[in-house]
Design a protein around this ligand. Sequence first.
Ligand SMILES: [Ca+2]
Ligand SMILES: [Ca+2]
Length: 265
Amino acid sequence: MKQKAFLWMMLLSGVCTMAAPALIATKGYAAEVDKTLVMYLPFDEGQGQVAQDKSHTGLQARLDGPRWVAGKFGKALEFDGIDDIVTVDDAAPLRLLNGGTLMAWIFIKGETGRASWPRIMIKSETNGGTGTGYDFLLDRAQGYSLRFCTGGACNTFVNPLSLLTWHHIAVTFDGKNIRAYVDGKEIGAVNQPGPITNSAGQKVGIGNSPVDSRQYQGIIDEIRLWSRALTEDEIRGQMNKGAQDTLAASPLGKLATTWGTVKGD
Ligand SMILES: [Ca+2]
Ligand SMILES: [Ca+2]
């Protein structure tokens, strides 16, 4: 009983992030977890210089400048358009070599941001289409339309986004087609066959590029990264979930529920 209580305390405290996956595996919850969600940053901490990845990957994002504000769900981060950035170190699950989905809620602020190509999320050795990995950004000259670069090419999906409004944005790729979505609806697709280049060694940058200045000015919330191309229905389902709903079906949520039963044994 003491041992159980100790494990429970560790999970509750959130300190023992390494112990959680082991417990989940032994208790048979692994099958219930969608392992293709490889990074999830709800940005709900509301304070501090670190944001936790709530996916099973369990990474940490470092904040360099952005401030905590009210988000689409809970809290979010506002980038000043000058030098703010959030970074996540390279990790194999983030390389998305078999395709993926990138999504976020964004609230674009004003025209005073300095960059023509504000970054939402980039993992590449260069800015733009000539680098490895992937690069999800806004094409400011096209009214802040979505733009996505991978495999040595960039595509803008012309569909201007309104400022000072929350929009859900997503892009999917599977080595054949790239599709862009705004507010849960597909707004464009291109056929671009070819392998997804390996971005090993490259950090993820959010709200700016770690390689050069590509500042986004506005709020970013609910960053989700998947290792497969989600369908339109799946994207619509995900966009309407905050952390509470998303994590209710997660291993930690299950564990907490189950613990109540185990405790009474
Ligand atoms: Ca949030
Ligand atoms: Ca700053």
